[in-house]
Design a protein around this ligand. Structure first.
Ligand code: SAJ
Length: 422
């Protein structure tokens, strides 16, 4: 049985590109989002997020009548849930309330033969929980619980694994891990993704699929923590950490990632906690790696203060309020405009809060900052280079690669190793 209509619940960084891909493959797609503005924007053929090529595809499929958005779910043959899974309150426990809300929203329109796929990054056990939530909403239908079940509605997990900035290509090319609550659920989900996925669709169970996604991002987090710890040790021992890592990586079985100002984004800095919160006594390395990476912005701030003090002691008569600091980059990584959970942004804001002089923030990928960043003043890169006394490189955007001038930028902190190695 093929899937005539596909519904995608949550039209954010993953949901919208996925909806656009299914529509591009010829499927009729109904996107659902609680935000009316998002729905209206998409129905005008426009996008509310920045991702290369997404705007062109959305415009095309909306014009062709293959994609429409709505705030209320409609009947479909497959439902993909791509809503956020943030933390509860200020702790590190996953908050599944958005997923539960999506289950409640689609339950009334579910029918026999439908497939429900959870794409949101989730703690182990969430997909089984989805099946239970749907079961309690719809006692007239049978949802899967045990291997061997013959359910009316199939439920599976298929975590998204695409890299921001390369989403449209990776959605097609990446392998997909597909874990059904039962093997039949997995098979149905594979049939669905075959519509546009050229990578392999590898079948496992729901719990392993959930853990696979958390493992990928935790692997990266642990490796970055190792690099960040090395950077702190090397600064103490007066060693260039980037040269060191380059040398160590010449070994055929060593592949260390790069240190930075901390780990940002909404995935790598979040997902390892989903493992830690489930098994706090056992996930020791994963836990300490999170702490190492979260401590890095504080270490960078100390280095910036040292540079300001150095400038003041070299320039007697100057006061802290006479010192202009420039921060280069606010996004959470290179060459994107995404400021979410960005260590660069939080470092710039902390400098503004603690420094008595002017602070200039340079972010070439953003035209104006959101209202939540009201303490920051956006500056042109050339003005910052000319006017600042202390220069802080926070993101390795392409625009900053050749910026360093030995004669005029004596006081600098380079968190990404692009100036110290130039
Ligand atoms: N970072 C470093 N050093 C490095 C690599 C990255 O400090 O050597 C920092 C970046 O600057 C950034 C953070 O880590 O602040 C995360 O960036 P990233 O490029 O490692 O990852 P994301 O968050 O953009 O995307 C990740 C990807 N996961 C993996 O590579 C295992 C992506 O494939 C996932 O789909 C995505 O998380 C997600 O949605 O989970």
């Amino acid at each position: 049985m093929s899937f005539g209509t596909i519904s995608v619940i949550g039209l954010g960084y993953i949901g919208l590109p996925t909806a656009a891909m299914f529509a591009e493959s010829g499927k009729t797609v109904v996107g659902v989002d609680v935000n009316e503005e998002t729905v209206n924007t998409i129905n005008c053929g426009q996008v509310h997020i920045v991702e290369p090529d997404l705007d062109v595809v959305v415009k095309r499929v909306v014009e062709q009548g293959l994609l429409k958005a709505t705030t209320v779910p409609e009947p479909a043959d497959a439902f993909l849930i791509a809503v956020p899974t943030p933390f509860k309150g200020s702790g590190h426990e996953p908050d599944l309330s958005y997923i539960q809300g999506a289950c409640r929203a689609i339950a009334p329109v579910l029918k026999k033969g439908d497939l429900v796929v959870l794409e949101s990054t989730s703690p182990v056990g969430a997909t089984e929980q989805v099946s239970q939530w749907l079961q309690s909403e719809r006692p007239d239908l049978v949802f899967p619980a045990n291997i061997g079940d013959c359910p009316d509605v199939y439920v599976a997990h298929c975590p998204e694994r695409v890299l921001p900035g390369q989403v449209m290509r990776e959605l097609i090319e990446n392998d997909r891990v597909i874990g059904g609550v039962t093997p039949r659920c997995s098979e149905r989900a594979v049939q669905l993704y075959r519509a546009f996925v050229k990578g392999e669709c590898v079948i496992t169970n729901a719990r392993t699929a959930e853990m696979a996604k958390l493992t990928e991002n935790s692997f990266r987090d642990v490796n970055i923590a190792f690099a960040n710890e090395l950077s702190v040790i090397c600064a103490e021992l007066d060693i260039n950490v980037w040269e060191l890592i380059g040398l160590a990586n010449r070994h055929p079985r060593v592949n260390i990632l790069q240190p930075g100002p901390g780990v940002g984004g909404h995935c790598i800095a979040v997902d390892p906690w989903f493992i830690v919160s489930k098994t706090p006594e056992l996930a020791r390395l994963i836990n300490i790696s999170r702490v190492v990476n979260d401590d890095k912005p504080g270490w960078v701030l100390d280095k910036v203060k040292e540079k300001i003090d150095q400038y003041l002691s070299d320039n007697p008569g100057k006061l802290a309020q006479d010192v202009t600091v420039a921060c280069y980059g606010l996004a959470f990584k290179a060459n994107i405009d995404d400021l979410r959970e960005s260590p660069a942004l939080s470092i710039a804001e902390s400098i503004v809060a603690s420094h008595h002089g002017e602070v200039l923030s340079v972010e070439p990928n953003v035209e104006c900052l959101p209202s939540s960043c009201s303490s920051l003043v956006l500056a042109d890169v050339k003005d910052a280079q000319k006017d600042a006394h202390v220069h802080v490189l926070l993101v390795d955007h392409v625009e900053f690669q050749d910026l360093y001038r030995e004669d005029t930028m004596k006081y600098f902190v380079d968190t990404r190793g692009i100036w110290v190695n130039s």
